[in-house]
Each structure stands twice: as C-alpha cells, then as structure tokens.
Design a protein around this ligand. Sequence first.
Ligand SMILES: CCCC(=O)SCCNC(=O)CCNC(=O)[C@H](O)C(C)(C)COP(=O)(O)OP(=O)(O)OC[C@H]1O[C@@H](n2cnc3c(N)ncnc32)[C@H](O)[C@@H]1OP(=O)(O)O
Length: 575
Amino acid sequence: GNVNVENAKEEGAFSLFSSLSPCYNDYMNDSPTEVKMSQIIMPCHCNHRQELCVGQLLKWIDITACLSAERHAMSPCVTASMDDINFEHTIRVGQVVSIKSKVNRAFNSSMEVGIQVSCEDLFSGHHWKVCHAYATFVTQRKETGERVLLKPIVPETQKEQLEYSLAAERRRVRMLHDDIIKDLLTHGCIQQGDSVEFSNAVAAEKTKVESVELVLPPHTNHQVNTFGGQIMAWMVNVATIAASRLCQTHPTLRTIDMFTFRGPSQIGDRLLLKAIVNNAFTDSIEVGVRAEAYQDLGTNRHINSAFMIFEVLDDHGKPCTLPRLQPEPLEGERRFQEAIARKKIRLDRKYIISRKQCEVPLSVPWNPRNQVYLSYNNVSTLKTLASRKKWRLSSEKDKVRLYSLEEKTMLSFRVDTEVDVPAHTAFSLLAELCNRPSWDTYYQKCDLIHQVDDDDFLYHVVTPSVHPKGIHQDFILLASKRRPCGSGDSYVIALRSVLLTSHPPTEGCNRGEVLCAGFIIQDTKNNMSYYNQASPEVLPYISSDIAGLSTSFYNIFSSCREYLTANRLHFQRHA
Ligand SMILES: CCCC(=O)SCCNC(=O)CCNC(=O)[C@H](O)C(C)(C)COP(=O)(O)OP(=O)(O)OC[C@H]1O[C@@H](n2cnc3c(N)ncnc32)[C@H](O)[C@@H]1OP(=O)(O)O
C-alpha cells in the first residue's frame, strides 16, 4: 500500500475529524508532550513505485504518538485505537517526512494523542500536509490490577483549549463507532438487496488472503509486546494483496477506518492475518482485515480488525472503474451489505464535515446513520465559533454584553450574560427548548419532533419573519446537549438546522436555516454565552439595524435571566 496521491486533492480529502479541527495546522506549538520525528525516505521504505509504504508510515506514527503519551503518563502505555486516517498525498523516495504528536487530553487511564504528518521536498523546498490522525493510548495495569491514572492536561493556548474540549466529543464518537454499524444493520436502516449481479464480477473467494507472521524480537516494542505499528503494517500488507487480486493491478490505499487493538500479543505468537474484499464499488474497494494471535493452533485470540479503502489511479491520478464483486453466500453477503453501510456512513461524514463555515449554510438531511456525526459537527462548530479570538464588544447594558465577529461572509453574535443560578440549573432549564417561547419573543412556537437519544433532540421552531412584512419562518433544529465531561468543560446546547423528510417546508412559512447557534455555560463562573451565526441572506437586514438588534438581544436575555431565576426553585424542587 502506498500513500495516496493527487486525487485526494480534487475530491476534498476528509477523515472523520480532520475538517472539524480547523486550527490543526498550527495548533502544534511547543508543549510538554510534543514529540517530533523526521525521516528521510529510503528505497527500503518504499513500494515498487518508489512511494512510502503506508505500513512504514504507521510504524513511525505509532512510535511518535507513544512517546508523547508516555511523556505525559510517565509510565508505559499501549495503543488502544487509531481513528480513521485519510492519506492526502504521496511521499516519495528522497523526501523527508515529519511527524509531530502531542497529548490533547487525558481522561482516566486513557488519553487522546493528536498526530500531524507532513512532507518536505528538499530540492524544491515545498512542504505539504500528508494526513493527520488521533490515537488513543492507555496506561498499563499496576500489580494491584488497577490502571495508572493520568494527571489532567492543562491546555494553555486557546487552540489547545479547543482541542482539549473537542477530544471529549471525539471520544464519545469513538466509543459509539462499533455500535453505529451494528445498530444500522439490526434496525434495517441499510436496505438489503442492494447487491446487483454484474457480468464481470470477481468471486470474493478469489481475493481471500491468509498469511501468518511469527512475532520475533525485532517485531516487539519497548515493552516487549508485539509493536502496534508492526501489526498495522502487516494488516496493510494483506489488505493490499486482497485488493490487487480484485483489480489485477497496483491499488492505492486511500483511507483506513478505525484500528482497534483489542488485546495484546507477545514474542512467539503466531499472527494470522486474514483479508478479503468485502465489496467493490465503481471506483473504490473495501477490504476487511482481521488479525488473530495464537501460540497453539485453535486458541486464536482476535486482536485487531480494520477496513481499508483502495482505489486504482490512472496516469493522471484519476480513479479507474473497477470490476465488481460477487460475494460468498451468507457471511460474504453480510460483509457485502455492511460495506455498503460503511460507504454510506463515510459519504455522510464527508458531506457533513466538508462544508466550510464560510460557505452558504445548507441544511444536511438528518437520518439515524449520520446522527452521530451531525451531533459531533453541531457541538464542534459551536465550540470552534466560541474559541474565535476576534470578538468585538458592540454594546453593553446591565451586564448583558453583545459581541460581534465578522469573518468572510459570516457575521456572528455572542451575548454574554451573568446569571444568578448554578450552571447545571441554567443548563437544565435552557435545554428545555420547548419552554423558550416563554422567555424569547423571537421563538413563537417550539415543538419536540423526536428525541434521538439522551443528548440529542429534533425540534420544529417557528419565528417571525426577518423581512419586513414577510411571512413566518420555521426551522428544523438538531439540539445537542452536553454536560461537562471533566474539569475545564462547559455545559453546551448546540443548535443547527437539518432536513427531515417527515417535515418538508410548507407554503405558509419560509424555511430558515441555522448553521450554528447555542449556549455555552461555564461551570465555574456565573456566565452564560449565547452564540448565533447569521446566514448571508439575513445579513442586510441585521447589518442595517445593529442598534435595534442590540436592544432585542438585551430584552431577550434580560427576560432569560428572569426566567432562570423564577424557575430555579421550581426546578430544584423537581430535580
Ligand atoms: C510503541 C507503540 C506502542 C505499542 O506498540 S502498543 C502495542 C499495541 N497495542 C496493544 O497491544 C494493546 C492491546 N489492547 C489492550 O491491551 C486492551 O484492549 C486495552 C487497549 C488496554 C483496553 O483494555 P480494557 O481492559 O478494555 O480497558 P479498560 O476497560 O480498563 O479501559 C481502560 C481505558 O481505555 C479506554 N479504551 C479501551 N478500549 C478503547 C478503545 N478501543 N479506544 C479508545 N479507548 C479505549 C477506556 O475507555 C478506558 O478509558 P479511561 O480509563 O476511562 O480513560
């Protein structure tokens, strides 16, 4: 497998969290856990095309990230998982690859490490980003059986604070990752029967690879367990063979879905690596890989699984049309359908996260398949907006402060208000969005459409028109409500528009769109901030009447404060 090329540029390469980490490029400043590794690419690191093998890159990534993790933990750590990675560019022989990593956040015994990979051409002086990734490392168990607990990371810069805060949200998605696919299949969200007979279909059986590796001392890490990077490299190797058998040429590895290290293995273990093409689409192939470890045959332990997406590129870097796959019956059919589910999820993710904030906001269709990513996007967009530096104070009255922020075509507002109720009470009261019409005259009506889970809700909201003499507006909003995950976190109620097939726009109302709005309530201070990003269509109306807007915000948030104070006792009695 070689690191992917130009085509990623054209299609707008994505990985699960990459586009949602807007300041990734420069957030790697000096920090106590930052580790840097640079390697000059030699022919021995490369494939037949003189491009760096992904397996080799994964080894370097794993080592760099582990050094960051251990610097923070001050004790041995193991790789628990590596989130989706998308390879955006190739690295060729003679170029220099640089890997930087640092711990974004420590939880109890696990921590998230952010990794950035870039490449440099020594002759032209060009630098470019290759990929970035997030890995989770876990401390080892003590003799008592408990894991070493980690000291918290104290984020210093605003960018570190954002990464710290988003790490909790990414952890939530990570933990749900396996369940998402299982749920989709169990609850029939994936339509069975998507498989069509193709005349040139290749039998899945033909792509099967089984290969064994004996874990020798050079394959172990400094804790004398099998080195995680080596396991990933072996997995990439068999996956590449399986994909090559389908396309009968040299495929390019483009994306790896999350790697999960389910259990350790040691010197002397035999590692059985199995790969098969699960499905072949018009221009991409999904290969499933499974790694098992054993000492004696029949005592196999499942230690890792991953899904890898390959493409075949022509001389211009464009993806070629591929032969289709004829799955094996039963298990093969199941894998075939699951690959369709994963592809749809990947496309949803790409659709959701590739939207840049400065683009015209468009509501994304909501469905159970993309719920987790939409919810992540909802919270992270609000947190990212809140972390912006250039907020300008526009007006202040009776402890209600209105700030504005102009960025490209976007105008955002922030209203800071001091509240005299505890943060958790303010959160619970404001999270009851259906009560908002009682304190916000702009919300004429708010009905709950669907409770997605404990933290996410869909609402239908009706407001007056922003146009003078216009008809009412309505919105379908996804509300994502988060309590603090640890110290330094805030309460969050994030709101964004979605499209719901069950609630199409109606004649009597203009369907409005909210790209990003919501509340951030700090746990330690009596401070609540409300954010709202105005879409370009309403900008002319707002910009022409900033004074009127200030008065409206002042009135609404004075009323909000009264609502919180008045309902505080009622809430506490019922809590
Ligand atoms: C030089 C490079 C480093 C290496 O080569 S390391 C070698 C490759 N890695 C391995 O061999 C690890 C094999 N896996 C394992 O040992 C275990 O499955 C592993 C990862 C330690 C987890 O063990 P468990 O007993 O399930 O853990 P636990 O219930 O005590 O939870 C401990 C903390 O880990 C977290 N965790 C477990 N599995 C995870 C996952 N897949 N992704 C992200 N986080 C995960 C879990 O949430 C918990 O976190 P916290 O303590 O609340 O902060």
